[in-house]
Design a protein around this ligand. Structure first.
Ligand SMILES: Cc1cc2nc3c(=O)[nH]c(=O)nc-3n(C[C@H](O)[C@H](O)[C@H](O)COP(=O)(O)O)c2cc1C
Length: 240
């Protein structure tokens, strides 16, 4: 594809076909993503690739944990306290705190994005069960046959995540170029221990997020197109 086609075609896919991704296609995507620039060429990030039995096991364990978490959210305060004391497996054990509330000036776009997704799916904004069901889809990687987890070196301040973000975009564009749907998933940063079961993760690497990868299914959720920001809105005015 031409660059402009790729950058315009990339969008978040939230329903995948069970069709496997051929190893040579995945290899090309990773090879191209690894061409990303990084501060002093350090590439302060690592990836863990889940496919086959590993992704199936993670689909189960992450979904079970999320179901517990969402039950706990609705539980009484004493039950929540007990869960905290007993280190209930539903509680997030990710390396970074989840971003529960966004700064006020960003909240409007966040809200519109979430509500737009629910509207596309015909989920009423007050239908918390329906909304939760969509959230839970994250933990089954929306049915994707491949999930890639991104870890960042924990001693790099803001620059490591910056480099990891550049890599993430290259990965998504390379996947799009190969005809693969993809979705970056911050939600996959919530639980770390199920990943330690399957991957040898050096202690200095911290889980940032995941990416679901595979062939896009025909599903209404994949028609969701949140309004893009105009570049003029990103550009700060001069003081003159
Ligand atoms: C770092 C990052 C984390 C994201 N986390 C999630 C997620 O957990 N679940 C989800 O459904 N979408 C997630 N998204 C997708 C965004 O919602 C999406 O990129 C945004 O709404 C713009 O839509 P588009 O990707 O279709 O252009 C994430 C995107 C990024 C870049």
């Amino acid at each position: 594809m031409e660059f402009q086609e790729v950058i315009k075609a990339r969008h978040s896919t939230r329903a995948f076909l069970p069709k496997p991704v051929p190893p040579e296609v995945l290899d090309r995507v990773l090879q191209h993503a690894a061409l990303s620039p990084s501060w002093s060429n350090t590439h302060p990030y690592r990836i863990a690739i889940a496919e086959g039995e590993v992704i199936e096991d993670l689909r189960k364990s992450l979904s079970t944990r999320y179901q517990r978490a969402s039950k706990l959210q609705r539980a009484t305060l004493p039950s929540q306290l007990k869960a905290w004391i007993t280190r209930d497996p539903g509680l997030p054990d990710g390396d970074f705190k989840p971003m529960l509330k966004y700064p006020d000036d960003l909240q409007k776009r966040r809200f519109e994005c979430g509500m737009g997704l629910y509207e596309t799916l015909g989920i009423d904004r007050k239908d918390f069960v329906g909304r939760d069901r969509q959230m839970a889809e994250n933990f089954r990687f929306f049915g994707a046959p491949v999930a890639i987890f991104v870890f960042v070196h924990g001693e790099t301040g803001p620059y490591g995540p910056l480099d990891a973000g550049i890599f993430l975009q290259s990965l998504m564009l390379a996947a799009t170029n190969e005809g693969l749907g993809n979705c970056a998933q911050g939600a996959l940063g919530l639980y770390r221990s199920p990943l330690d079961k399957h991957f040898k993760i050096p202690s200095q690497y911290k889980l940032l997020c995941g990416v679901a990868l595979g062939y896009e299914a025909e599903h209404v959720v994949n028609t969701f197109q949140p309004e893009k920001i105009k570049h003029q809105e990103l550009t700060l005015p001069t003081t003159k």
